[in-house]
Design a protein around this ligand. Structure first.
Ligand code: HEM
Length: 432
């Protein structure tokens, strides 16, 4: 449990957090305890124990986030909740991201991807890949939430959301002028912008298939609708869940492909066949084509495993729980360690090697959880993969890129991304 009061917090911050967990796992086995950031925690590096917490006994473990972070996202966002409210909201989010809706988004996501890629290749600039990927995942998030959105709203949302995002990762204090306080003010402004949009949609009385449409049309069995705050918190929640996650994985994919030219050539060959079938990219990609990119899809799965950008998740035991002879005391945090499971040689041989072919078969049940597992698993996973497939298609067919500067090192913000956001230069393939 480390030192009195501070536990192992210093070890957590003085090194790559995954090293601390991996070292403890080696010493104590797949279930061990620690004390970090003022919390007593049980760490679970076994697929069965993670399944127990996330899938078969989720009612015994509630989601738990610091109050300061809940305040920024909005306390009614679904991922802070359990029970009926959570499942109602989750159903709305899932419906807004159904395969039927995703099929209709292919052309819009394509337009976002092409426009971003062309802007990176303009002039002789070095871009911060992660920052640019964040712009793409923000725009795709906005598309899923609002469908069409005029530039004025988009800019107001982007400006304030960026301030909230910065404050989320800063120290929460009540001192005016700090990043956290600026973020709280920006969050209030976001409520005003969203209220306007909600009012406008209510006036129009159209039934849209985007997330806002689903949230506005919801009625529970007593005929109650959602409040404006509940709608706003869930919009910001989904935007938050969608942006940095997808952008980090996209950045890793570009690095992994850049580092393995043979693999890149194979991905190019797969994508070129589709490009040519589409009259040299003159016809739009179809949904069916995006569902038939087997090698590219395996590259995405392997990137999700290797990078494991969500290394673990948090829950809190709502009562004393016994699991396999271990006592998990009420009030203790419980952390399923996705990354440790994804990097366990028992489930993924030679785990540090980037090898998409390992996904030619199916991983053992509950050993591959980049999108979580159980009642809180990611409802945006198909959209995220769709976005990645479309971006890779246009990137490898029309563009070339070179990573600039040192190509190693990881930065945490809080998700792991390549050092300095992977600075890179892009140019159009002269042959296209
Ligand atoms: C590569 C990109 C993504 C990754 C790796 C990812 C990963 C995850 C994980 C691991 C969880 C479960 C967290 C937990 O159990 O505590 C989760 C939940 C969630 N994700 Fe994602 N996500 C991604 C993209 C998206 C996108 C694009 C959206 C929406 C458009 C989204 C919306 C959500 C929401 C709303 C939840 C909470 C679900 C609930 O509590 O029921 N995510 N995500």
């Amino acid at each position: 449990m480390g030192w009195p009061f501070i536990g192992e917090t210093l070890q957590l911050y003085s090194q790559d957090p995954n090293i601390l967990f991996a070292t403890k796992q080696k010493r104590y086995g797949d279930i061990f305890k620690t004390h970090i950031l003022g919390c007593r925690c049980i760490m679970l590096a076994s697929p069965e124990a993670s399944r127990f917490v996330l899938v078969t006994h989720p009612h015994l473990f509630k989601p738990t986030y610091p109050k300061s972070k809940e305040k920024l996202i909005g306390p009614s966002a679904l991922f802070f909740h359990q029970g009926v409210y959570h499942s109602q909201l989750r159903k709305l989010v899932r419906n807004s991201l159904s395969p039927n809706t995703l099929q209709k988004r292919v052309a819009d996501i394509e337009a976002i991807a092409i426009s971003a890629l062309e802007s990176w290749a303009r002039g002789d600039q070095v871009i911060n890949t992660f920052h640019e990927m964040k712009k793409i995942s923000f725009d795709v998030g906005i598309l899923s939430i609002f469908g069409e959105l005029n530039d004025n709203y988009r800019e107001q949302l982007k400006e304030n959301y960026c301030i909230v995002n910065k404050g989320y990762n800063s120290l929460p204090t009540s001192i005016p002028g700090t990043a956290y306080q600026k973020a709280l003010l920006a969050r209030e402004r976001l409520n005003e912008v969203l209220s306007e949009k909600i009012y406008e949609r209510e006036e129009k009385k159209t039934v849209e298939k985007d997330l806002l449409g689903h949230l506005l049309n919801f009625k529970d069995e007593k005929g109650e609708t959602l409040s404006k705050d509940q709608i706003s918190d869930n919009i910001i929640g989904v935007l938050f869940a969608a942006q940095d996650t997808t952008a980090s994985v996209l950045t890793w994919i570009l690095k992994y492909l850049h580092d393995d030219q043979k693999l890149l050539e194979a991905v190019k060959a797969e994508q070129k066949a589709i490009f040519e079938a589409n009259d040299g990219g003159r016809k739009p990609l179809t949904w069916a084509q995006t569902r038939n990119m087997p090698l590219t899809y395996r590259v995405i799965l392997e990137s999700l495993r290797m990078a494991s950008i969500i290394s673990f998740t948090f829950r809190e035991a709502v009562t004393d729980v016994e699991y396999n002879g271990y006592l998990i005391p009420k009030g203790w945090k419980v952390m399923p360690l996705f990354r440790n499971i994804h990097h366990n040689p028992e489930f993924f041989s030679d785990p540090q090697k980037f090898d998409p072919s390992r996904f030619e078969g199916h991983p053992k049940a509950n050993t591959f959880m980049p999108f979580g597992n159980g009642v809180h698993s990611c409802p945006g996973n198909e959209l995220a993969k769709q976005e990645m497939l479309i971006l890779i298609h246009h990137l490898v067919n029309r563009f070339r890129w070179k990573v600039m500067g040192s190509n190693s090192g990881i930065q945490y913000g809080p998700f792991p991304v390549p050092q300095n956001g992977l600075p890179a230069r892009f140019w159009k393939d002269p042959a296209i």
